[in-house]
Design a protein around this ligand. Sequence first.
Ligand code: SF4
Length: 378
Amino acid sequence: MVDLEFFLEYYEFLKQEKEKGKKIIAYMSHDNIPEELIDAAGFIPLRLIFSGNDELMDRGADYLPTSTCSFALSTIGLFSVKPNKYRFLDLIDYLIVSNHCVSDICSSEIICKYFDIPRIDFYVPYILSENGLKYYRLELIEFKKKLEEIRGSSISNEDIINSIEKYNKFRKNISKIKYLDISGSDKLELYQKALLYGPKILELRDFNINNDGQIKIKNKKNVILTGCSIFLGDDLIEIIEEGGGNVIFLDTWVGDVYFSQTLEDNWLDQQKENDPFDILTEMFNRNTYTDHVVPNFMEYKIKKIVSIINNLKEKLGISNIGVINHIIKFCDHMSLPREQLKEKLQAKNYFVLNIERDYARASHGQLSTRIEAFLEMI
Ligand code: SF4
């Protein structure tokens, strides 16, 4: 799990960027935010990927009902309590209000309104269709205009293409983490740090990833983690490891769902002379693994999990792999389809555990017991 030193380092990083005149643009939304445009504007995207605890959830509940997801409540709580290690939140200049889910939009609006952070709206269509793509493109254009207004000058197509290439290279590099010969908790930490630093992490840290596909963690009870992300500061992955398990693959947004969104270099080269909005729209069109996509979310999800398991078995010779479907309490996107997902995977003879939980300390004991019992079955 990331330590205090990391938070201090991250604060210094943001502070230095701000001193160079860059704006910090934060957002809660898990997906489809065109960070390439933020980067092309010369600003720094800050993803709010921080988990919570009893206190933060309680403080969030001063603003929204307790039936709001625990992650969203905790994010509001962070702005309300401002724990010392999170003082980098004071550096935020704008917050994007987007509609990944109801909790996302409500909590982002609350944060802007009650903690006095100017908002930028960016709405994403739920349906992947011709009209959905047209709508997404229009939102991109409006978003760019807003960024130009903030920086006081226009953003060139060349700058956008450069940022698209930069982010594509970044995702490609980090996506290799999935086959590193390291524990699930180490992989998660790398994903979390990469999401916060963005492409800059390739300069700041030695990411000499040796993608030899030789995972040696064969004696562990290996599981794929799907569903909700494990946000920074959450110890779920440590609980799994203490129970003798290992998360071999993170099929979550803080994980492969984000980092697998890459474009082929050839295709990107051919598009360079085209309108960069077409490229960004095509990226949205191809993003079929996110929980924001209808129709066919379940179909895509099952197909992906089966393919991950087959790949791991074939490449690494690992036989039994379980699936843990992580649901943050009151996350509708993951909670509603949980039984259907479990049934469909069980019908294919996979071991599946649905865990629905919040960040309350009191639920840890019960959670460990359930995970241990599940791991015994694998
Ligand atoms: S955890 Fe679920 S409900 Fe909460 S913000 Fe994310 S997608 Fe929305």
